[in-house]
Design a binder for this molecule. Structure first.
Ligand code: BEZ
Length: 253
């Protein structure tokens, strides 16, 4: 079976092709409603764009991310951040809230993450986040599966993302002791600032890594060709078929 390749993060490329991700984080920040003086953990903080907003709101915020490149970029904003795999959180009743935007879908063992978040929260603390939900980038996934199948690769078992239904995620949160206060799926077609090739290379690069080097360009071109008729409009603007799962949960007091 083909092994999954490891995601590489490069903060300039992310900024160029996906800089809109933190800019669309306002609704989940509103749901969190950070208060001055609260201790908040930003889980999967990336380059710190939203961590900075939490700090500006007066929160005492710390950020963690698995990517060294992203943490280096976040440090340039003067934030209290460090490299840490969210599957292995080492905090104990330290935070009033754990916040996460556009990161949980990269974490393929959600039970390990949720258990660590629960431990990291003070009793009564809240876990508020947004990430890709069921049906997220469905057209893009189908195009990737078809393009890799042409190269003899079954991409389904190596998809690097977790996109649950609300029922599945709520069940997991409750299993770990959380009370879910809100959870919803929100279709959010998102125009891309550059193009689909840039998005694919930034977000789905690991899938092309498993293709023989001489066949990678063909696999990318096939993916773009399959998507051309459905996610590119007459003006040539590409739109990603995003679906967000936004939730708020509370650790028992
Ligand atoms: C997302 O934010 O929904 C997403 C990011 C990377 C790959 C796929 C989806």
């Amino acid at each position: 079976m083909t092994e999954r390749a490891e995601q590489r993060w490069e903060s300039d490329g992310y900024q160029k092709h996906a800089g809109f991700v933190p800019m669309l984080g306002a609704p989940v920040l509103d749901l969190l409603a950070p208060k001055a003086g609260e201790h908040i953990l930003d889980l999967g903080c990336g380059d710190g764009a939203l961590t900075e907003k939490l700090r500006d709101a007066g929160a005492l915020v710390r950020g963690v991310d698995a990517s060294e490149a992203m943490i280096e970029a976040a440090k340039k904003r003067g934030l209290d951040v460090r490299v840490l795999d969210a599957h292995a959180l080492d905090f104990d009743e330290a935070f009033d809230a754990v916040f996460s935007n556009a990161a949980l879908h990269w974490m393929l063992d959600p039970d390990a993450v949720i258990a660590g978040v629960y431990r990291a929260l003070k009793p009564g603390g809240r876990f508020v986040g947004e990430f890709g939900g069921h049906g997220n980038v469905a057209a893009i996934m189908v195009a990737l599966i078809a393009a890799l199948e042409k190269q003899g690769i079954d991409a389904k078992p190596i998809m690097p993302w977790y996109f649950p239904t609300t029922t599945a995620y709520q069940t997991r949160l409750e299993k770990h002791g959380f009370e879910v206060t809100s959870i919803q799926l929100i279709p959010r077609p998102t125009p891309l600032p550059t193009d689909m090739a840039g998005w694919l290379q930034t977000m789905a690069g690991t899938l092309f890594d498993v293709v023989e080097p001489t066949k990678r360009a063909a696999a990318l071109n096939d993916t773009l060709r399959f998507l051309d008729g459905c996610l590119k409009d007459e003006q040539g603007q590409w739109t990603a078929d995003y679906v967000r799962l936004r939730f708020s949960a509370r650790r028992a007091a």
